[in-house]
Design a protein around this ligand. Structure first.
Ligand code: GLU
Length: 304
């Protein structure tokens, strides 16, 4: 299939759409991005890569990093992580406090902020050097040694992260945070600040299309059963309270972030990443959602 041509046809067709999305500015440092960036990459499990637009410019991956931290915990940690969080769609905004009180400090899933924070708490308990271990893990997945944290972004979020501090304090009050809050939040804000390009994101998600095996190295990251479960979680919980819409319109498991990135995978076939910083009201990339909907419709390459 000529993906490059399909990308440019979809891009041309979407030019007429009024991009009503807005760049995330609740983390002040994120507001500095040029809102008109647009990039796409598709990489197949055979290693064929197709770029379009700003596919090789790095951006803040934000909540997409929750997949990496979850997989690291799920693959290496012996304790039962499902005692600490649930695996159901939240149906509430990504940083909502409402459900947490009803559920006595247990987040709905690992991909809402509260769940991502509990995963960080687990990693702080179980890893010797959580920050460098996390970075090394992502570098291994993408075979790229210079992927890094952006300390300006993490510091900007630390200074403005009142909701996230409210979440962690509420969970601590219920006994679901075991470590020092500042240490946990340092890891959380750091992983959100990681910068990667569309191409690097596709490469690093390919193991989820390939039964848990990194195609280029042959390393088994997750068993195929846990890979299936991780993909199921992305399908049901990867897009805040728009996971149903994403499933309905795009039909792939994936994860978005407020930096405007979306990664989605097709088992046994490919990983695709899109970046467009303007977000819709639910916090997902406005153009990214439309682009992926057109992509799976025209290529008939959704999982449904
Ligand atoms: N660092 C962001 C936050 O905690 C991540 C949100 C997101 O990308 O969904 O608010």
């Amino acid at each position: 299939m000529n993906y490059q041509q399909i990308f440019s046809e979809i891009f041309e067709d979407l030019k007429g759409v009024d991009n009503i999305g807005k760049v995330a500015d609740y983390i002040p440092e994120l507001a500095n991005v040029d809102p008109n960036h647009f990039g796409v990459n598709l990489t197949t499990i055979e290693g064929d890569a197709y770029d379009y637009g700003d596919a090789n410019i790095r951006f803040s991956i934000q909540s997409i990093a929750k997949v990496f931290s979850f997989v690291l915990a799920y693959s290496r940690i012996k304790s039962d992580i499902w005692l600490r969080m649930d695996l159901e769609p939240a149906g509430t905004p990504f940083n909502s406090l409402v459900q947490l009180e009803y559920d006595k400090g247990v987040p709905r899933n690992p991909f809402v902020n509260a769940g991502g924070i509990v995963v960080c708490d687990i990693l702080v308990s179980e890893l010797e050097n959580p920050k460098s271990d996390m970075l090394n893990f992502i570098r291994t997945l993408s075979d790229n040694r210079d992927i890094n944290y952006n300390s300006k972004v993490s510091e900007s979020e630390r200074l403005s992260g009142y909701k996230n501090y409210a979440l962690v304090n509420l969970m601590k009050s219920f006994g679901n945070i075991h470590n020092d809050i500042d240490e946990v939040m340092d890891l959380y804000f750091s992983i959100c600040s990681i910068e990667m390009s569309c191409r690097e994101l596709s490469e690093s998600f390919l193991f989820l299309s390939n039964n848990g095996i990194v195609p280029y190295s042959g390393e088994q990251i997750l068993s195929s059963s846990r890979t299936k479960r991780t993909n199921a979680l992305m399908q049901t919980c990867g897009f805040y309270d728009e996971a149903g819409q994403f499933t309905f319109k795009v039909g792939l498991p994936g994860k978005s972030g407020v930096g405007g990135g979306i990664v989605a995978i097709h088992p046994q076939k490919y990983a695709i990443s899109v970046w467009s910083p303007r977000l819709n009201v639910k916090g997902n990339s406005f153009l990214g959602m439309l682009f992926l909907e057109e992509f799976t419709t025209r290529t008939e390459l959704s999982i449904f």
